[in-house]
Design a protein around this ligand. Structure first.
Ligand code: HEM
Length: 509
């Protein structure tokens, strides 16, 4: 029966109307009873936080959807301390002990599960699978990320580091005279590298100045859309409206399907190819037997590499350059260190940039950039198991969402002196006295424990190699258009970073 016919039958119309009228008060009564339970009887009722947040999920959801969760959460930590009740069933922490309790392995070798609402188990990849599958898959993949494997792959990486320098020099000599969005160029580089190392084929981003098949833009659309789905799961009525809205705008689903199809084709092509190249797939397949990874797991995990391995590293590089530009004395010190350490450009190799003690100020700059602009600023939620958990010395009941909020931890005056000042000197052995009390153990940009970033070693190779080349080859100035680059950032698990306009010149000394 068509909708118009339904409304034309008086008895059916009346029935619908009375059901609807009866439903609304019932819905509100349930919501209010639930809120009262959350505030006065819920097992988390003694944890500090605003009453509105204890009662309803909505404020936390809105904060996530608006991309302001990082600063809203920090404001709450500043007011309530190291643990805050963000939502009826959610606790946020900002201490180093909480890192260990939430993300570390327990004495019985178990771990807190990843929160199923945040990590959708519908796909199978390293990031979302359960503990048993994760242990099996991680063991296989770890070979590809060892320092030895990465050093063997240095010709692939170095090719792109050099191409970045060449392309940036062309921009200086071109019509824009060196005015460029450096954040985009870092994205092109890290995307080309991870594409080549994963799939054995160049993506050509540095050459074409585009990220193929909307991988970059799609990442954010997909992450933002995940927030909408979580919202819809919590508020059914709003959820239905959002689903209808989504149906009327199928472009996002289409783009996602195109991206999935494209990456699958690339992965299939790599699997079909015989090669003696040392890329990730070579290492993974070398150790893959009947207890190894299924085809689905391999495809899913390669997709994770493409996103996790490009956006994060490019973000940290952009943040480091921005803070150095805002602090010219730090920039000069770093430039001096690099130019003295490497008499010629050819001296900058993957091995030399990692040799210990050679670039101590660069290490300090990287740590301070991770603190001031962590690429994963928000909370990666875990859920307490059936026995609950002890976190930061206090019992947390079963089924609670828990996590450390990186932005809140790194910008808290309870962890760092002058937390909003960019000062790499705090990480040096002769740090000024005021930094002696800094809680350095709280800085965990790659998290810790069994689920910590597998690409940490690769990320450091890229960060040191690219930053060294930037300091060695160029003089950099901030363009006036980007003075307020960090004035009001938004994050959707990763930063939604605006263009970072700079002016590059050839090295002058
Ligand atoms: C500055 C750069 C990077 C940062 C800050 C970073 C941060 C992180 C964090 C916080 C996690 C934990 C995610 C979670 O628990 O949900 C993670 C996991 C992961 N990262 Fe990175 N990452 C970086 C670079 C890379 C690179 C270059 C790769 C290369 C492919 C990579 C691949 C992965 C993978 C595969 C995982 C999942 C590991 C697992 O579950 O066992 N990351 N990363």
């Amino acid at each position: 029966m068509a909708v118009a016919e339904w409304f034309a039958v008086p008895s059916l119309w009346l029935l619908t109307k009375s059901l609807f009228i009866g439903f609304i008060p019932l819905y509100f009564i349930t919501v209010i009873c639930n809120a009262l339970y959350n505030v006065f009887l819920h097992p988390l009722r003694k944890y500090p936080g605003p009453t509105l947040r204890a009662a309803f999920q909505l404020p936390d959801m809105l904060s996530l959807l608006r991309g302001t969760a990082y600063k809203d959460t920090k404001a709450l930590h500043d007011k309530y301390g190291s643990v805050v009740r963000l939502a009826p069933n959610t606790l946020s922490y900002n201490s180093s002990q909480a890192w260990k309790d939430i993300y570390g392995l327990k004495p019985d070798r178990s771990e807190l599960d990843k929160h199923p609402a945040y990590y959708k188990r519908s796909s199978r990849n390293l990031l979302v699978v359960n503990q048993a599958d994760h242990t099996r898959m991680r063991k296989l993949i770890a070979h590809a990320f060892s320092d030895t494997a990465l050093l063997e792959q240095s010709p692939i990486l170095t090719k792109y580091f050099d191409l970045l320098v060449e392309r940036l020099k062309q921009q200086i000599d071109g019509p824009e005279k060196g005015r460029l969005n450096i954040a985009a160029w870092f994205n092109f580089t890290t995307f080309d590298i991870i594409g080549d190392m994963t799939l054995g084929e160049p993506f050509g981003a540095l050459k074409t100045e585009t990220i193929l098949h909307g991988c970059g833009a799609n990442v954010f659309s997909a992450i933002k859309f995940l927030g909408v789905i979580r919202f819809a799961e919590t508020y059914l009525i709003v959820g239905l409206l959002l689903l209808l809205l989504q149906k009327s705008m199928p472009s996002l689903a289409k783009k996602r399907a195109a991206h999935l199809e494209y990456t699958k084709k690339m992965i299939d092509a790599r699997l079909a190819r015989e090669t003696d190249r040392n890329d990730f797939m070579t290492y993974i397949l070398r150790h893959n037997d009947e207890r190894g990874m299924s085809y689905q797991e391999l495809v899913g995990t390669c997709r994770v590499f493409l996103v996790a391995g490009s956006e994060t590293t490019a973000t940290l590089l952009s943040g480091a350059i921005f803070y150095l530009l805002q602090n010219p004395s730090c920039m000069d010190k770093l430039k001096r260190e690099v130019r003295e350490a490497f008499p010629t450009a050819n001296d900058i190799t993957m091995r030399s940039v990692t040799s210990s003690g050679r670039l101590s100020y660069m290490e300090a700059v990287l740590q301070e950039s991770f603190r001031c602009y962590p690429p994963v600023p928000s909370t990666l939620p875990r859920i307490t198991g059936s026995g609950g958990a002890i976190i930061d010395g206090k019992f947390v009941p079963p089924g609670t969402s828990v996590g450390v909020n990186q932005w809140s931890a790194y910008r808290s005056s309870s962890n760092f002196a002058s937390p909003n000042t960019f000062d790499p000197g705090r990480w040096l052995p002769d740090a000024p006295g005021k930094y002696r009390g800094d809680n350095k153990a709280v800085l965990q940009p790659f998290t810790l424990g069994p689920r910590q970033c597998i690409g940490k070693g690769l990320a450091y190779f890229e960060l040191r190699s690219i930053l060294s080349r930037m300091m060695w080859h160029f003089e950099i100035e901030l363009d006036t258009d980007s003075r307020g680059w960090l004035d009001n950032p938004r994050e959707f698990a990763l930063w939604d970073k605006p263009p970072l306009w700079v002016r590059l010149r050839h090295r002058t000394d």
